[in-house]
Design a protein around this ligand. Sequence first.
Ligand code: DOR
Ligand code: ZN
Length: 349
Amino acid sequence: MNSLTITRPDDWHLHLRDGAMLAGVLPYSAAHFSRAIIMPNLVPPVVTTADAAAYRNRIEMALPPGSTFQPLMTLYLTEATDADDVARGFQEGVVRAVKLYPAGATTNSQSGVRDIEKVVPVLERMAEIGMPLCIHGEVTDADIDIFDREAVFIERVLEPLRRRVPGLRVVMEHVTTKNGVDYVLANPKGLAATITTHHLIINRNAILAGGIRPHYYCLPVAKRETHRLALRAAATSGDARFFLGTDSAPHTDASKQTACGCAGIFSAINTMACLAHVFEEEEALDRLEAFTSLNGPAFYGLPPNEARMHLKRAADPIAFPPRIETGEGPVTVFDPMFPIHWFVADEAG
Ligand code: DOR
Ligand code: ZN
């Protein structure tokens, strides 16, 4: 197959940052995606409905002229989050979901949750009104090996939490393990997972074999090959509980290529091209649309986009830029380590 038409995709997990970085990266997401769930881990974080409305406004101001890209805002859950403010934001359509970061789990997560008990009233309120909770599912205990943090989180935190607040709609963000996939598959109701493009493509060798490669370092960290294969099977299965969240997370080269580099992979530019390659490899191009464009809206209770996207396969590999320039400095683009032949034929502004 050399061309494919799908419902225009959405990105259910995206970091856009703020200021000059926002201006530098936003056009790439807006060119391919109609909507995106915007992560709230700014400094300081987006914690109230007023913060989310102000951030949404800054995103809209940074959009290329004529763009119809719609940022779907999230709130950063803290132990001081006000349930009334959350409910009001949801009911007014300003806020679509709340994000739970265990304190210390990743970039700018210092204000995250230490004691789940403290946020139970907010979670109960969210369950009542049908508001989704997006979870960064990693424990942060120093004695837990970094490659085990997701599996341990499921056992120690997620399963007890879902029992404590039945009816809470949960998205396990960026699942990276077979454990995560199996947990979703075993729970038919109110649970879904996003999967990133890069976790379908790299395993931990990409980061560590033959030299340390900081541009493949993200959190949760890529795991061993068996896990990548489980993620591929889930993403390409068509199962409505799995959908795309790119977790495209720009950091400048200076902040990644250093003794203690930041976690994050910037893939907004070539995500759709990489996904077409992956789904073609898995003989599942007919299920790409479910993963990128149908399953996410269904979980979030939104209609799929009316617009379409045309993807084409070129005979010669496409030259994506190795890095982009932003007002904060260069940002390296995800290199999937295979020649990319697919491209989006009808980029929007
Ligand atoms: O790799 C990551 N980068 N994982 C996260 O959870 C956060 C993100 C970021 O904000 O840079
Ligand atoms: Zn993220």
